[in-house]
Write a protein that binds this ligand. Structure first.
Ligand SMILES: [Zn+2]
Ligand SMILES: [Zn+2]
Length: 84
């Protein structure tokens, strides 16, 4: 395990945590705190912004909901070169 992992979103700052939704390393600047220990990356936060903080927290607390959120997140990721 590397103790000085870089944030996978900005690639510049040291990661402080991993996003529970996409599993990427994220730094303080690239993450949003939902509740005391719970943080998600800004991208997942934006992607699920329609749920709000409470909705996201509810998803993270339920294993099934988390799976759903991950699937949802994957579906909404814009893929370059693909015209929709
Ligand atoms: Zn970052
Ligand atoms: Zn994420």
């Amino acid at each position: 395990m590397c103790s000085s992992a870089l944030c996978m979103i900005c690639g510049r700052r040291l990661a402080v945590s991993t996003c529970p939704l996409c599993g990427r390393l994220m730094c303080v600047e690239c993450s949003v705190q939902l509740d005391a220990p719970v943080r998600v990356c800004v991208e997942c936060f934006r992607r699920n912004s329609h749920l709000g903080r409470r909705g996201l927290l509810a998803l993270l607390r339920e294993p099934r909901g988390m799976d759903e959120a991950a699937r949802l997140a994957l579906r909404v990721i814009p893929t370059p070169g693909r015209v929709t």
